[in-house]
Design a protein around this ligand. Structure first.
Ligand code: GYE
Length: 328
């Protein structure tokens, strides 16, 4: 049996802990800022499907720390239902700002309305939504995916200008229903329509992953004896496809021309090594701008409704020159 003085001390300690935790709850409940006065940003990430995504996550985490913003980070594992859950959690926790990279374009109106009703500004990063009501979010920061697809297609049109017969193209699409898959497909189809010899003979989703790219490319190769070009909606699917192409006894970059999008390090290496032929860049380094926008949105400042990321394209020689200084 503990002696009385010990019991008194234990009771006193329990009281202090209880009061302390109630005070902490009360503090975060104000919804104004984190425990130490920091802006709290709830961020729902798509997942960890590609090199692009990993670089994007790093950029966001590092920029939040540098900007003194408290980041609540959630990984949705490429599932919309997980993102909706995460956003509802952020609303319940009364974070100051919500940002997310929507895995697919459709189906966001209800949860965005809930955030609006709770008076929490929402920033879309990387991918957009197809909501007609633009007042549901403050701004969208990210790339022009249609343009990326078009740049990829225009390069091919130029390369195949003199082709006398049909040029058979296979396409590895990104995640079904995602903005980059929809838009890159559209831009590429528009550009390649300029030359009737260019024919997309097969097009299927590889879900933006290496494993998906490899598996779908294997099917393409089995079903189509003559493939001249592969257009992959990201580097990772192109990298996965390399394995399938080599295993089929073909030389990537020679027997099959390979065009991808992103320009992450592994993709740039494949381009410099002559395995890829062209990459349209898509920058994942959105963190610093996102933090700046989060501060402005929190302070009620006006922000531009659309902020477009700057990007370029790379040929094999340009990749060789750029690789040593590539950050991601
Ligand atoms: O191209 C791909 C990633 O949304 C722009 O998602 C992003 C895309 C990127 O998985 O690699």
């Amino acid at each position: 049996m503990p002696s009385r003085p010990w019991r008194a001390a234990a009771t006193a300690l329990a009281t202090v802990l209880l009061v302390g935790s109630v005070a902490a709850c009360g503090n975060s409940d104000t919804g104004d800022a984190g425990n130490d006065g920091k802006i709290v940003l709830g961020f729902s990430q798509v997942g960890a499907e590609s090199g692009w995504r990993t670089a994007n996550t790093t950029s966001i985490k590092e920029s939040a720390a540098a900007a003194g913003i408290e980041l609540k980070f959630d990984d949705a594992q490429q599932k919309q239902e997980n993102q909706i859950k995460a956003i509802r959690n952020f609303i319940q926790q009364k974070v100051d700002v919500i940002a997310f990279s929507p895995v697919v374009e459709s189906g966001w109106d209800t949860v965005l309305k809930e955030a609006k009703d709770a008076d929490i500004p929402v920033i879309l990063t990387d991918r957009s939504v197809d909501s007609a009501d633009k007042s549901l979010y403050k701004t969208f920061i990210g790339s022009d995916f249609v343009k990326e697809g078009r740049l990829a297609g225009e390069w091919l049109v130029e390369q195949k200008k003199g082709a006398s017969g049909p040029v058979n193209i296979v396409e590895l699409q990104g995640t079904t229903g995602s903005a980059p898959a929809n838009d890159r497909k559209k831009g590429f189809a528009e550009a390649t329509a300029a030359n009737p010899n260019l024919k997309i003979i097969a097009s299927q989703s590889g879900d933006f992953t290496r494993a998906g790219g490899k598996q779908v490319m294997e099917q393409f190769l089995k079903a189509n004896p003559k493939i001249d070009v592969l257009f992959a909606h990201n580097d990772d699917m192109g990298l996965g496809a390399l394995e399938a192409i080599t295993a089929a006894g073909k030389v990537p970059g020679k027997d099959i021309t390979i065009i991808t999008i992103d320009a992450v390090k592994d993709g740039m290496q494949a381009l410099a090594d002559g395995k890829f032929n062209f990459i349209a860049e898509c920058s994942p380094l959105l963190g610093p701008q996102l933090m700046d926008l989060a501060k402005k949105a929190h302070d009620g400042e006006q922000v531009a409704p659309r902020i477009e990321t700057e990007e370029t394209t790379f040929t094999q020689d340009q990749a060789k020159a750029a690789l040593p200084n590539r950050k991601y």
